[in-house]
Design a protein. Structure first.
Length: 396
């Protein structure tokens, strides 16, 4: 087990040195101060001055979805490269366990927390403890709701993820010139407990709205509200079961499904499996996704998934680590943090209100990956390599 972990870490360190953006615009230490940043409020004051005395607690949701393993490994490696210690926990997609894991990290006296919430609504009590102990909290990838213990949010532009999926459908089917032609679509969204899920779904549905309203896109099941198409815990199995039911109820007479709008790759995997037997061959529906999980990239090459919105999580870690370093140095980062790394990101102070006010956010830019450009975006950049079987694998 230790050997395996060491292997993953070494791989991640190598990958970091090969790819992604960097935070080397200056040479940081934990005691750096930034002339352009203002001093933080007392609640986010630094408690340690030397990198080796700093421990960062990283709380990830689950190991069972591919991306979070990458996030955890990248964050750990990059924090350790600065000399910090890292406590990394995974909570098995169980919200109570995440509360417990966070309680332990707080009790251990970590200096800063990076948290990707399982249930964005369930952490306000435990994070009040963090706040009481002056432990700054970065909300990672998913916004944590209803707590003022959050200093910042780092993510990709989640609404844009959905917009890219919608636009891909419009462009690929040339919906603007569809004339009388109609396309049948079914939607599969994410976990309602994840604040991102609504952004993805709304981004896609807002983009497709004109074509749904004018009847070019038809939804035979009639299920187009988020609550109806959501997938508990983002589970492949739940998406598979729901799509099987939809197909049995609305498509059994041979009605052709043309578009399966899926918010991410774990749901796309289930949907692709549900439609596989009916659509092997010529009339394969368009299937969207998000993340670039290895199993989905295989489906992409096999024609069972049409696109994925790729988010380079190595870069999400770069931004998070740069931000954490500034907070730990006692600064109050703002848009000028963008000068400290080479990733393309926006500083957003209007989009993400967690119920206690707008949380300042650093949002990275996602990419559309298809069969036509995957080499350029995933392989040439070093994120993936092509295995002997011709399929993509995480870079070694
Ligand atoms: C992430 C996605 C991921 C999903 C399921 C979301 O919060 O942004 O990248 O596919 O969770 O893990």
């Amino acid at each position: 087990m230790k050997k395996r972990l060491l292997g993953i870490l070494l791989t991640v360190m190598m990958v970091i040195s090969l790819i992604g953006c960097s935070s080397d615009k200056d040479t940081p230490t934990s005691t750096d101060t930034d002339a352009t940043a203002t001093k933080a409020a007392a609640t986010t004051a630094p408690v340690a001055t030397d990198a080796k005395d700093i421990t960062v607690g990283v709380s990830m949701p689950t190991k069972s979805l591919e991306r979070w393993n990458r996030d955890g490994a990248y964050l750990k490696a990059q924090f350790e490269a600065l000399g910090y210690k890292v406590e990394l926990t995974y909570s098995d997609d169980d919200s109570d366990q995440q509360v417990n894991d966070l309680q332990n990290l707080i009790a251990e006296g970590v200096n800063l927390l990076v948290v990707a919430a399982i249930n964005g609504e369930a952490l306000s009590t435990v994070l009040t403890d963090a706040k009481d102990q002056n432990i700054p909290v970065i909300s990672y990838d998913r916004l944590i709701m209803n707590t003022d213990a959050i200093s910042y949010y780092v993510s990709f532009d989640n609404y844009t993820v959905g917009k890219l999926q919608g636009q891909y459908i419009i462009d690929t089917l040339d919906l603007a010139n569809a004339g009388d032609k109609k396309y049948n679509m079914e939607c599969t969204a994410g976990d309602p407990a994840d604040n991102n899920a609504g952004f993805f779904f709304n981004g896609a549905m807002d983009t497709l709205k004109t074509y749904i309203d004018n009847g070019t896109i038809v939804i035979p099941s009639g299920q187009k509200e988020f609550e109806k198409v959501a997938t508990d815990k983002w589970k492949t199995e739940n998406a598979l079961n729901r799509m099987q039911n939809v197909l049995a109820s609305y498509y059994a007479d041979g009605t052709q499904l043309d578009i399966a709008l899926c918010s991410n790759d774990s749901t796309a995997l289930g949907v692709a499996q549900a439609i596989e037997s009916d659509y092997a061959g010529t009339n394969q529906p368009l299937v969207t996704g998000q993340d670039g999980d290895v199993a989905n990239l295989k489906n992409l090459l096999d024609g069972k998934q049409s696109m994925t919105v790729y988010k380079a999580v190595a870069n999400e870690a770069v931004v998070t680590v740069a931000l954490a370093k500034e907070i730990l140095a006692g600064n109050k980062p703002d848009a000028s943090l963008l000068d400290k790394f080479t990733c393309t990101a926006a500083y957003d102070t209007s989009s993400y209100d967690n119920g206690t006010g707008v949380i300042p956010s650093y949002l990275l830019v996602p990419d559309v990956v298809t069969k036509d450009n995957y080499k350029e975006i995933l392989v040439d950049t070093g994120y993936y390599t092509v295995g002997d079987d011709g399929y993509l694998q995480a870079a070694q």
